[in-house]
Write a protein that binds this ligand. Structure first.
Ligand code: KG4
Ligand code: ZN
Length: 356
């Protein structure tokens, strides 16, 4: 089966051609092509994603990214079995650009569209395990717990079996990636904040500044990062020389990264223990963070050595269309006509529209 997947929920215009063989339980994925047009340069001067500029860039880039995907993959139009597209959550004016492109393609090719939940896409990116022969469906033992940390979401999701998602904790304010981006702006480091903060943090002392660990010991699995961000703001006001001193800046980055890592790790491992899961996965843009990956893996091994840990390849951590293709494969029953799909900016993973 050949799935042509499209992702435009935020600031990456992405398209992928994914070939799938095997069964639902043991799929074998082969990446024929995966193309991403990043909009970082467009949004960087504004310190964050500007929805209208994102939509405009998607409209411009989609045909080019699609053509490149087709050329690289060697796939012919008639080989495409399904079109997969992100339905939500995301920026509505960005989502509709991808959806309309998918509708046009589906109409012209006489194929159906599989609507995909973006968060399910991040989670299911863990089903891709690299090997010499390409990417094979990783066998994941259920029940599983997923921690999704991205620019728009921080969610702990319990999955009893494929397709059943229950949110057991989420952020009450800023998402983890959003906090990275805001702190980066405060430090004058630009957008996106995650990669630059983690790079600088390597040369800093993670315990130089005592930053709060909000909700780390609360008796639920919710998160809150806005207090941590505000603590950094006050710190910078109190000690303005931090912004002009390389070492102090690195110390703030390291202390901030450590605080986020401690909270996410503590809550995730506690939830994995309470829910008795067999697998823990980490995904979303912030999962590219090496400190978080390593700490979570280490702590899980120490507390729950029998639970297996998975995180997608770093280049599959941030938004891409491959994860949308994988998710579509597991949801192919929900394929609809091009006339029957609409964007849903607040699509919930529990509602899981694509699993109808
Ligand atoms: O999943 P994603 O590509 O887009 C959304 O769905 O939101 O995540 C983007 C977020 C941004 O906030 C970015 O700063 C963060 O992921 N990010 C990182 C790293 N790389 C990207 N955060 C921490 N460390 C990183 N290395
Ligand atoms: Zn994302």
């Amino acid at each position: 089966m050949l799935i042509l997947a499209i992702e435009t929920s935020c600031d990456e215009t992405a398209c992928a051609a994914l070939e799938v063989k095997g069964t639902m339980r043991r799929p074998k994925f082969t990446v024929r092509a995966s193309v991403i047009a990043s909009q970082i340069k467009i949004h960087a001067p504004f310190g964050g994603v500007v929805p209208t500029l994102a939509a405009r860039a998607h409209v411009k880039n989609l045909p080019l990214v699609f053509r490149k995907t087709m050329r690289q993959s060697g796939v012919r139009l008639k080989d495409i079995d399904y079109i997969a597209v992100t339905q939500g959550p995301g920026l509505v004016i960005a989502l509709v650009t991808g959806i309309n492109f998918a509708r046009g393609l589906a109409y012209a090719l006489g194929k159906k569209i599989i609507p995909v939940n973006h968060i399910a896409g991040h989670i299911l990116s863990n089903w891709l395990a690299p090997s010499k022969a390409g990417l094979h469906g990783e066998h994941i033992a259920f029940p599983a717990l997923h921690i999704v940390v991205s620019g728009g979401h921080t969610e702990l999701i319990y999955m009893k079996k494929m397709g059943s998602y229950r949110v057991i904790g989420e952020t009450r304010d800023d998402a983890a990636g959003e906090a990275f981006d805001k702190v980066s702006n405060m430090l004058g480091l630009g957008y996106p904040g995650g990669p630059v903060i983690s790079e600088l943090a390597r040369g800093g002392d993670p315990y130089a500044f005592a930053l709060p660990r909000p909700m780390m010991h609360s008796d639920n699995y919710d998160f809150s990062f806005s207090g941590l961000k505000t603590a950094v703001l006050y710190l910078l006001k109190k000690q303005p020389k931090i912004k002009t001193t390389k070492k102090l800046k690195a110390d703030v980055c390291a202390s901030f990264e450590q605080a986020v890592t401690d909270v996410v790790t503590a809550k995730t491992v506690a939830a994995a223990k309470e829910y008795g899961v067999k697998t823990l996965t980490l995904s979303g843009g912030v999962s590219a963070n090496a400190k978080l990956r390593e700490t979570l893996k280490r702590e899980l091994k120490r507390v729950l050595p029998k639970v297996s840990f998975l995180a997608p390849d770093v280049n599959l951590s941030t938004d891409n269309a491959l994860m949308i293709g994988v998710s579509a494969f597991f949801n192919k029953k929900s394929a609809v006509s091009w006339k029957k799909i609409d964007a849903d900016a607040h699509l919930s993973i529990e509602q899981n529209a694509q699993m109808r």
